[in-house]
Design a protein around this ligand. Sequence first.
Ligand SMILES: *[C@@H]1O[C@H](CO)[C@@H](O)[C@H](O)[C@H]1NC(C)=O
Ligand SMILES: *[C@@H]1O[C@H](CO)[C@@H](O)[C@H](O)[C@H]1NC(C)=O
Ligand SMILES: *[C@@H]1O[C@H](CO)[C@@H](O)[C@H](O)[C@H]1NC(C)=O
Length: 370
Amino acid sequence: MLAQTPHAFAPLRSLSLSLCGRSCLLTLLLSLALLASAAHAQGNGNGNNGNGNNGDTGNNGKPTKPNPKDPAQNYMEIPPNSSGQEGGVCRAQGRCFRRTLTCPAQCSKRKPRMAKKVKGCFIDCSKCETTCKFRKPNCEGYGAICYDPRFIGGDGVMFYFHGGKGENFALVSDSQLQINAHFIGSRPQGRTRDFTWIQALAVLFQDHTFVLRAKPVATSAWNDSVDAMVMEWDGAVVSIADGEDWVSADGEVTAERTAEANAVRVAVGRMVEMDVRVAPIGEEERRVHNYRLPEDDAFAHLEMQFRFKNLTDGVEGVLGQTYRPGYTSPVKRGVAMPMMGGEDRYRTPSLLSPQCTSCRFNPPASTSSI
Ligand SMILES: *[C@@H]1O[C@H](CO)[C@@H](O)[C@H](O)[C@H]1NC(C)=O
Ligand SMILES: *[C@@H]1O[C@H](CO)[C@@H](O)[C@H](O)[C@H]1NC(C)=O
Ligand SMILES: *[C@@H]1O[C@H](CO)[C@@H](O)[C@H](O)[C@H]1NC(C)=O
């Protein structure tokens, strides 16, 4: 079903951490970690670890915080001024506290229509600035998974999880929701492990599935203007018309393009919103990391950033566990590639299976087959 329903059930929130080069990542993560732990110490221990669910709601009961765990995004939305420029008032303690940030005239809205052509406004309450950007996963933000998969946890801690080539793992498993990922990869001769990337995602909720997949593309055929993203709702291909939102028949899922091709934003229930993009592995990346991949395969894979809205305290999964209140990351700090284990706890028999040793999602009985 196609429908032009921008606000079918829940306002989609903008992401607003601005992009940060790898060189400033450490500084950024350090400050984020400090701020996040400060927020925890300030009585965030009521168990609400998702975003927008800390009892901090606007006048119509909808959450007004894009993501209280992410200081850069911690602002209260304010109505557009008479020129139509939206804005926000920063709430995170720090140098932007209580500052009003107004979107530039060139990108007056956080979530513009025609997102392929019009940049969105990003409010950044860690830098006290607003910038115009196409909405894409921010690989340095909370809940991001990019590259050979490198995660930024809900606790702000960066880690790598290799998984295994051809295997599937639960990224998030909670009572109402599970998100599995399919890993592709390659093992050059003489290496002891696979280089891996995430090729597909499956969101399982109620008795539904929403799948996002990167199509295999030959290196020579890669063109960022040609869509290599496939989406499926309960097994049927979802196509999104130009400038429209796609909404599932029951209104639980919305999807929209955030670029001409290869980038979408998907929201499922009131549980998760994600920016997902398809990326190839470029020449430079191959050389720097010495992946030694087959030349004829672009290894099209997904880069993503999740924003969760209603996780429980016991949330599981490679990424999900890092959103638990009081979670202490087991990964080594201060090393170039901090590793997260847990393959055996989070491996699922297939992309669509809810089953893993530590999984918590219980689909309705009728669909609980493997
Ligand atoms: C809206 O806000 C912008 C930025 O602060 C400002 O330049 C512009 O004049 C405002 N428009 C009106 C009508 O107040
Ligand atoms: C990429 O695809 C677009 C749209 O189909 C096309 O106009 C453009 O020429 C292509 N670019 C290359 C380098 O093939
Ligand atoms: C959050 O999840 C709980 C169950 O875990 C559910 O009862 C509640 O309605 C959910 N809240 C929202 C806003 O969806």
